[in-house]
Design a binder for this molecule. Sequence first.
Ligand code: ZN
Length: 587
Amino acid sequence: MIRYSIVPSDPKAHLFEVNLEIPNPSVNQVLSLPAWIPGSYMVRDFARNLIGLKASQSGNPVALTQLDKQRWQAQNSTTEPLKLCYQVYAFDLSVRSAHLDMTHGFFNGSSVFLAVEGQTDSPLWVEIKAPTEVALNHWRVATTLPKRGGDAWQFGAFEAENYDALIDHPVEMGDFTLASFEACGVPHHIVLTGRHRCDMDRLCQDLKAICETQIQLFGAPAPFDEYLFMTMVLDNGFGGLEHRSSTALVCSRKDLPLSMSAKVNKDYRTYLSLCSHEYFHSWNVKRIKPASFIPYALESESYTRQLWAYEGLTSYYDDLLTFKAGKVDTETYLDMLSETMTRVYRGVGRFKQSLRESSFNAWTKFYKQDENAQNAIVSYYTKGALFGLYLDLIIRKETAGKESLDSLMRLLWERFGLTGKGTDEDSHQALVAELLGRDVSDIFAYLDNTDDLPLAPLLAGFGVRMELRAASGQNDTGGGNPSALTLSLGAKYKAETLGVRIQTVAESGSAHLAGLSAGDLLIAIDGLQASANLEGVLNSYNEGDELSLHFFRRDELMTTTLRLQAAPLDTVSLHLEDAKAITAWLG
Ligand code: ZN
């Protein structure tokens, strides 16, 4: 069996050492590292962190020829066992790669384990070794890689059924907090790394409710024997990556609940929704997945037009199932949905890119957003979530509540998840046609066009009024009932000592027409210093007023005239109007 061993050999230098033994190599064995990690659709070239690769047979060095940025060919002329040894520099504190210092270690297999070409379907053995520093001898290990014996949470030998599994069970090591609970009879674990004061009982209680709601949606049994939520707690952080029986997360310290009686505030509900999102992926993308991901082609971009379904529908469900698990009330759920809608309605990019185009271009556009993103692209997460809402409401309406988006997810699970068959571009449409008993190309046209989804009339049928209003300020994320501003700059900005720094400029807004750009330092408006209260100052004028502006572009002082425009109606508030009608949607 192919054997890997990995040791945090020099945490102070952020280095893992990896050894690999191939008992039956091919002649001129080729080895490679992935260019990207499934779930995060950007080429990251993990091989850039690989250092000092050496090969040997029976103690004699074997030359290696590098074939491209991530592949090497050993010049072995015999098939006797081949050994490889290398280091990996691990200093990316994210869920996508690897990180090692004296506080903890974390890695995804895709960052550290070379694939043995021709043998990636074979079972593998992995030894995860403890650090040698005495100061770190209390470290434990958390991963859902099956253990080959020894105590749980201890260093030792693990196995993986193939290379695909090896890189789908991330590993955390350190002095972490551990808590466990059962959901529908399946053991679940929470591992928190980093300083925190989280009430673990509270977190267990809330995650248990969310997990059980999801298992019941798809139908027991859960598709895994155990599940692990691992979270790196930072001063300020947010993110997650899904795996087949675990998720790696990053959160902010303030997101975690401090007691059993703590309120589910905006920070905590964001964290719960993140956990809910990654957990939902256990079904939707880890098992129900695009045909083009079976198997994953990890050497370069792997295009699909279906991320609206895998990230969008998952985004619709992450908040919805947090609500259905009883963790937030109806009013709060409508606010959460208002915020998702607002993120879509804020950008004119939604009129330039369809959901399928957004999915296809994830690699170079969504994952490489710049200051112009809101003017150029639409998110397959947020607009995809709205498409999920649209589908859910239409299916409920046309079947008088007999079917819903849940029915579609269960059909997807039966036809694709359980069979291992991948979805193609028409799979979702065919299943919805089956549920509704009619041609549904009118519904799915919204994946290819850039029209706003007709949500307001649908929501009205379920007792919810959708209000499009002006923002109350640049920190207004939607929802609620705040007093709106009447005039807007048409740019996002951040206060600095001397003035305000323009961060993004909305197409056709006042700032755009006045010639302001991202990066400009606006120092004076109408002869007075620009400050954090910029919006308040602008709103003391009238629509159409012309104001002189002074600003620096690079180090050059410039002047221009800003003609004040009415604030755009780009912020959504959902209002519950009929408590009975909404039960046909939210129960
Ligand atoms: Zn996701």
